[in-house]
Design a protein around this ligand. Structure first.
Ligand code: ZN
Ligand code: ZN
Length: 263
């Protein structure tokens, strides 16, 4: 089986499992040890079978469970040196040999699984997205992204399965309770993608061959899952792409395991 599944998604915690046959890679560890183990058990997986963990950036909703999971399961982790330096004080004790540095932009392998890392604009010093290369096509995980630059679009284009951020509805954010500075931070190109920006990006992706989409990292305050889905589906209707015919789309769940998407 080749595919991916969101175990948690949103500002309270992010964790995604990518599976390529017997190779299993986790993207981000923003959930506690108990939820990590239970989520994997729910889908018939176990921490012992995970080949590695890749980290996108230092924000706590992506790394809060990493220290415990490193100690308990001794899974190798792959991250940039800069991100490691930022999170090291929060990790507690762990075996140094589990830490593997990767370049912000480049290719590396975990047990023969080829992965490409690339930088995305976001308000952490170094934020990455990942493209997993498989015999059935590519899988991209692209959350926490302030803007889809042409460079980012080139990297994720043609991926058959994409986990893409659809963080906020612009109207809800504008009229919502967040202070002005935070509203600006979210939407200034270095924060998060709006539903509209996500929909526009998906038009490019579906035109380039993307068939399966998981909308990820929805804001609890400034979004509603049905609205995020509707915005993307309507954007895709404009390029005459029809849901469940030309592509499958789901919204990742905040506190639960979502559904597998397979390519
Ligand atoms: Zn995040
Ligand atoms: Zn972030």
């Amino acid at each position: 089986m080749i595919g991916g599944i969101s175990l948690r998604s949103g500002s309270s915690g992010n964790c995604t499992l990518i599976r390529n046959g017997e190779k299993r890679i986790i993207v981000d560890c923003g959930l506690n040890g108990k939820n990590f183990t239970n989520s994997l058990a729910e889908i018939g997986e176990t921490p012992a079978n995970i080949d590695g963990i890749v980290i996108t950036h230092e924000h706590s909703d992506h790394v809060s469970g990493l220290g415990v999971i490193l100690r308990r399961y001794k899974i190798p982790v792959y991250l940039t040196e800069k991100t490691f330096e930022a999170i090291q004080p929060r990790l507690g004790k762990f075996e140094n040999s589990l830490i593997n540095f990767i370049l912000p932009e480049g290719k590396f392998t975990i047990n023969d699984q080829q992965i490409e890392s690339f930088l995305v604009p976001h308000d952490a010093p170094e934020t990455l997205a990942y493209r997993f290369i498989t015999s059935n096509g590519d899988i991209s995980v692209c959350t926490d992204i302030g803007a889809v630059t042409p460079e980012v679009l080139t990297k994720i284009k043609k991926s058959r399965l994409v986990f893409l951020e659809s963080n906020y509805d612009l109207e809800m954010l504008t009229n919502g309770p967040y202070p002005y500075y935070l509203k600006e931070r979210i939407k200034n190109g270095g924060g998060h993608l709006s539903n509209g920006q996500c929909g526009d990006t998906l038009c490019h992706l579906v035109n380039s061959g993307t068939e399966q989409i998981t909308l990820a990292h929805l804001s609890a305050q400034n979004n509603i899952p049905a609205l995020a889905e509707l915005t993307s589906v309507q954007a895709l209707e404009e390029i005459e792409a029809e849901q469940n015919k030309d592509y499958l789309l789901q919204v990742a769940k905040r506190n639960q395991v979502s559904n597998w998407m397979q390519i």
